[in-house]
Design a binder for this molecule. Structure first.
Ligand SMILES: CC(C)(COP(=O)(O)OP(=O)(O)OC[C@H]1O[C@@H](n2cnc3c(N)ncnc32)[C@H](O)[C@@H]1OP(=O)(O)O)[C@@H](O)C(=O)NCCC(=O)NCCS
Length: 155
């Protein structure tokens, strides 16, 4: 699949939030329970927060000829705060392309390493990219506890 990567704009908001909701519902649901999935996916409704992320962070989308197939954003220049691939385009190299762009951006900004909080679903992907697990943690979000991992890679 041919994809291109560009910075997100406010006009991408509906596609970004529906991709987020659908990926959590269809893909992350293999590793988290129903309550957790409902609460996590409801983050798609926080329109102002997404607009703030798009305008304030380094926020990129991957697209093919027809639609956005993935997105990622960097907080504080070195912290990968989100990486989501469309449920219908899993295992086609989309996240690999997004991550390469993010790692280059972190290097351009002269940070020595990239870090992230990653879901149980995403851990095998990050291990494949030679990220080290710093720790497994339990993170509270809207009254529920989510197990995830802090990972890092020296660049
Ligand atoms: C994790 C995620 C971003 C990976 O995206 P992707 O585009 O499917 O990943 P890629 O195709 O670039 O994968 C590259 C390699 O990583 C490894 N990998 C990716 N997903 C994997 C999985 N579910 N299980 C095992 N290995 C996996 C494989 O080695 C893969 O290469 P291969 O397909 O040739 O075997 C995607 O599954 C996703 O959107 N998950 C849900 C959202 C999420 O949890 N994001 C993290 C937020 S905290």
């Amino acid at each position: 699949m041919d994809i291109s990567i560009r910075q997100a704009t406010a006009e991408d908001l509906p596609e970004i939030t529906s991709l987020f909701r659908n990926t959590i519902t269809h893909i992350n649901s293999k590793h988290y329970n129903e309550k957790q999935i409902t609460v996590w996916a409801s983050g798609a409704d926080e329109t102002d927060l997404w607009l703030e992320r798009i305008s304030e962070f380094y926020f990129i989308v991957a697209e093919n000829e027809t639609e956005i197939v993935g997105f990622a954003y960097l907080k504080k220049g070195y912290y990968l705060d989100g990486l989501f691939v469309h449920k219908d385009y899993q295992r086609q190299g989309v996240a690999s392309s997004l991550l390469r762009t993010m790692e280059s951006q972190v290097m351009v900004e002269e940070f020595p390493e990239i870090r992230s909080d990653v879901s149980k679903t995403a851990l095998p992907f990050f291990e494949n990219k030679y990220y080290d697990i710093i720790k497994k943690q339990k993170k509270s979000f809207k009254g529920l506890v989510f197990e995830n991992y802090i990972v890092k890679k020296t660049l």
